[in-house]
Design a protein around this ligand. Structure first.
Ligand SMILES: [Zn+2]
Ligand SMILES: [Zn+2]
Length: 300
């Protein structure tokens, strides 16, 4: 199948700006979906990667894994999508499809290593590029398994954060069965925290924004937070001890987690979803919850 000419924005080094970049996408194989990209969210991972903060960036890097677009063509084995459909592509575009995790719809834990939407070794090929290239571009070709339908009643531009930030916040809230009568603390108000507040509010919980910034606390209230806990206020932190059913920690850098542990009720859970550099984690190691599997992602 003929390759497709695409255009995007790429970094050429850890300090370069994003500059226009022409490249190729593979032509659709029988199970593939060719997509015209209409919108792409900006995830903090894009910045970590563009600046090589995790030490594994291969330039040229085309970031972007909160992709919303329109299907332009499908291979003859594609059954659920057709040209014209609105679709989304998140953080994963390939996995082994046969291991224990893939069989459970948890492709992000693929025993053989999932392929990220950008910056991963492209095991499918069909282009001159060794690494996958992301959504800061005009076209992408993805296997149907990793393409999600975007319902017609969603604003396609506003839907982009659902593909990474939102599923990352939603998945643990669902996994730990968050609901009415519970008190949920969202630590940090960036992209993940923003979605965490909205989702926990929609799930009927009492939502507390935990932040160092009174201004962010006010923003969180506008998004649905019931209360604000300033983590710099020792008295308020003391008073809030032993009161939370779950804490969703969205801070994207290494940190001292001990002050938050005291806020938890007995047997309660803290979930770390910020893409932290574990080598700079100042305190204990905790299991981190990686963004949700495709079983959680299918919303329509
Ligand atoms: Zn992301
Ligand atoms: Zn697998």
């Amino acid at each position: 199948m003929m390759a497709i000419n695409a255009q995007g924005y790429a970094t050429q080094s850890a300090t370069s700006e994003l500059i226009p970049f022409k490249f190729e996408r593979r032509g659709p194989r029988p199970g593939d979906v060719a997509i015209e990209i209409l919108y792409c969210g900006v995830c903090h991972s894009d910045i970590h990667s563009a600046r090589n903060e995790w030490g594994r960036t291969h330039d040229p890097l085309v970031p972007g894994h909160e992709i919303v677009g329109r299907v332009t063509a499908v291979g003859n084995q594609v059954s659920k999508l057709k040209a014209g459909d609105f679709v989304g592509v998140g953080c994963v575009v390939d996995s082994c499809r046969s291991c224990h995790s893939c069989n459970e719809g948890l492709e992000q834990y693929c025993d053989n290593g999932f392929t990220g939407t950008y910056g991963s070794e492209d095991k499918i090929g069909g282009t001159p590029h060794k690494m996958t290239l992301g959504g800061y571009s005009d076209k992408i070709t993805v296997e149907e398994r990793f393409v999600l339908r975007i319902p017609a009643n969603l604003d396609p531009a506003a839907a982009t954060p659902l593909l990474c930030a939102s599923i990352t916040a939603y998945s643990p809230l669902k996994h730990w069965k968050v609901g009415a009568g519970q008190k949920v603390g969202i630590i940090g108000l960036g992209g993940l925290g923003h979605m965490g507040v909205k989702l926990a509010h929609a799930m009927g919980t009492k939502v507390v924004m935990i932040t160092t910034s009174p201004e962010k606390g006010e923003d969180a209230k506008k998004l649905g937070a019931d209360d604000v806990l300033l983590s710099t206020n020792a008295d308020a932190m003391k008073e809030a001890e032993n009161s939370f059913d779950i804490l969703l920690n969205t801070i994207p850098v290494g940190q001292d987690v001990d002050p938050y542990m005291a806020l938890l009720k007995r047997d309660a859970t803290i979930v770390v979803v910020g893409a932290v550099d574990w080598s700079k984690w100042h305190s204990i190691h905790l299991p981190s919850a990686f963004y949700g599997g495709f079983a959680d992602r299918r919303i329509a």
